[in-house]
Design a protein around this ligand. Sequence first.
Ligand code: ATP
Ligand code: MG
Ligand code: MG
Length: 551
Amino acid sequence: ETTPAPNFIRNQVLDEIEGGQVTKIVTRFPPEPNGFLHIGHAKSICLNFGLAEQMGGECHLRFDDTNPTKEEQAYIDAIKEDVNWLGFEWAGQVRFASDYFDQLYAWAQHLIREGKAYVDDLTPDQIREYRGTLTEPGQPSPYRERSAEENLDLLERMRQGEFGESEKVLRAKIDMASPNINLRDPILYRIRHASHHQTGDKWKIYPSYDFTHGQSDAIEGVTHSICTLEFEDHRPLYEWFLNNLPVPAKPRQIEFARLNLNYTLTSKRKLKMLVDEQIVDGWDDPRMPTISGMRRRGYTPASIRKFCDMIGVTRADGGLVDIAMLTHAIRSDLEDNAQRAMCVLKPLKVVLTNVPEGHEEEYDVLGHPARDDMPARKVPLTREIYIDQDDFMEDAPKKFFRLAPGKEVRLRNSYVIRCDEVIKNAAGEVTELHCSVDFDTLGKNPEGRKVKGVIHWVSVDHGIPLEVRLYDNLFMVEQPDRDKDVDFLDHLNPESLTVCQAIGEPSLADAGPEARYQFERVGYFCADRHVSTPDHLVFNRTVGLKDSWAK
Ligand code: ATP
Ligand code: MG
Ligand code: MG
């Protein structure tokens, strides 16, 4: 474990601990179960769970489940799995904002009794109109002065399901002229005749995010309620509720800048559209920036945590993080930890004409050049091998150090070979090469000449077929959703997935789900955790070899 990077929140908490204002911190990660978690959520998870871990505190997992029509049990399950996979554990049971619905209802009644909340019959459109704008104060609703008795009665009847969905809402009575629009009598409860994944049909009214969040924090004894900057304007309201209700604690809201990553969307709503329109193969499609998609792609928990450490936590909004930083984090992890293997993506057959039929030799090759704890591999050579089509050129330029007619190249871990003859089909395409081996070059340089190129290869007899999926960015532009007038789907990369029928070295037959490899000279790959089987191995390209991240 490396020491965590300092950031303003961490520093603040350290000061508070030193100054004795807090003894034990409690944070929470509060996803709404309306989709899968994405890389932006990973930033929040690492911050909230990381802070608790580093400060000897605790972090809760709380589902912010106030929107029953958009939420599902399947999302709850996926979110829990993602948090655990990242290596974090929540303190105690999983919590739900809906656990507090009874308490929230009692607090709504309390506000009514205090003359600080009222039932409003305006329609949603009228409410918007009356609310005013940044430059214009709002107007009071004609229902604002209802008596506490009437309000209590109406709220109870709303709860019983007596009214239709947009007929009534409960609002706080704060200040219709406040410069902060969030304080212009915000909505506390809406009528929804929807059944809820946790509370079933018990409720016909559901509390708003604002009325739920801070009070849930208070009930749980959260000390630091960390959220993204969009909620900065809501902080006065967050505090208003805490100051006007008999809550057991006074948590503090602290905002930080959300993560935006180029060539990527970090919005559950938009990612859901990709899933619903079947543009991707589900939430965990390896092209998705979801945690489960990245997992399937071959990202490790350590690499995602490393990335979150690298980007840091600030209040500076609007920055766009280069996805090259994310790929750098996984590439350096895999460079150190992935097994090596040879795999030919676009096979071209080579006959080694001076290797007798039936001859076989086998090399013991390191699993990783710097890791003697990794098992060695047996790599067999036979008369017929495959090389990659890209490693041969018929009319090669001078600087082409791979194979060309009359030229020599070294087979990785084996001999130097020379290309003597190029075999073509009727259409003039190269179908096979005839080469000869210089048997005096195993583990040593050839006499009197330099052979620069080294290429990977696989024995035809022993190679195993693999389906290899090459992934590229889903979007062709850095900010697919920047322009509000253009559909982000117009920026989809039509070549975000290319499938190859590849041939891999025999050691790959052992690849279990999620086994990670460097295919030498090709890139980093991971056996698909869902569809790869011993009879039909499927590998996802996690990332290429070349690092383009400039520090
Ligand atoms: P989305 O817009 O993708 O649905 P959200 O904020 O509505 O995101 P929540 O489920 O409410 O999703 O998010 C849970 C937590 O994750 C919140 O505290 C939120 O601030 C944080 N979070 C969401 N997106 C990001 C992001 N891009 N960067 C950092 N934190 C994020
Ligand atoms: Mg949301
Ligand atoms: Mg949210």
